[in-house]
Design a protein around this ligand. Sequence first.
Ligand SMILES: [Fe+2]
Ligand SMILES: [Fe+2]
Length: 426
Amino acid sequence: MSFSRLSDEEVISYARFHQAHGGLVKESAEDFGISRTAASRRLRAFRERGLSIPPDDHSGLPDPEADAFAVERSEWFVEKQRLQDQILELRKQLREGRRHAAVSVDGPSWPVVEPGPRLNVAPAPAIRPPSREWKTAVILPDIQMGGWHDEHGVLHTTHDERALSVVRQAVRDIQPDKVIGVGDNLDLPNFSLKFVRSPAFARDTQVAIDRFTLFGGELRHDAPGAEIVFIEGNHEKRLTLWALQCAAAAFGLKRGAALPEDWPVLSVPYLCRMEEHGIEYLEGYPANTYWLNERLRVVHGDKVKGRGSTAHLYLGDEDRVSTIFGHVHRIEKAMKTREAFSGPRTVLAECFGCLCRVDGAVPSVRSGLKSNGQPTGGTMNWQQGFGVVEYQPGDGLFTTESVPIFDGRAKYRGQEFVGEGKEAAA
Ligand SMILES: [Fe+2]
Ligand SMILES: [Fe+2]
């Protein structure tokens, strides 16, 4: 049954049940006897319809913020503080290398990959009420989450903490209806079947999983009512292809008594606990396409024009819809107007850059490999930034804004966002 056909009473009933079970999608879905996907959709329906849970006898005084997000008033401040404490503790552990004490270049062990840390995410209060006619989406291009520890035990990341801080501030300010990650959210260099695999990276796959799990929790905290979607890129696809070709006996394995729609253990959405944060994962690269409306699609993309405009490759005669793409890590925009039955029709192709480091830390065709397995040099023609799209649902209009990030700073509609943290370390 489509979740959109559920009555308000049924959706409220599930939200009340979900709340009573500690706000964990997995557990309330199991107890309610439905799939986690259906549970996440019911929660989304609850938020999109602007419903609130009618007060029980024990609910005490009304609290508009707590009601808006179906959180018990008594737990509201406790949960918020707990999440912040967890984030601070994890960051401290990552910084000090305690979480990965076995991860040392000289160490004897090869740590087993495990799911990211379990978080209790409390939503931040909404800043802006959603518009009825026009919707807003924040687009996050290639993050390439990951890193490696050097011979001194210092963590070097392939993602840029300052750029991630900037987009988090923007998301909190904009309160979009949707947050879309265009893919290559994790770098996973050591699952590549094409490039040289260095032990320096293999030992720190867990760093990427832990940090991306945390980032999912941070986004859910920043935009509690938003639909968050991560599109699979060619780098996440590496995990699937590696299992298929190098560990076929483990391909597709799930934990015991799993539901048919549950993710395999060796998959990005499972390892990064996406369902627990109400995050949708769109697999199937390169065919996976997310439609913002009937005229505008978001893809990771598989086209690259080394010299010149990749955007123009998406404006060929077969491309009659507009495309937001990633993969090339460059800020590009192009338009083309053609004759159509209803009159001139303009289509757009745009890339908002990337959120990874652009100083050569990400392994690329130009980087070298030192004798200790660490990458060196190789500046690429990449730019950092993110996108903001406003659109009308259905066969409606849309407009895009590209927001470049320079040296950890961005300016959007009169507001300056200054990134916190370091470019090079978590
Ligand atoms: Fe890519
Ligand atoms: Fe990428």
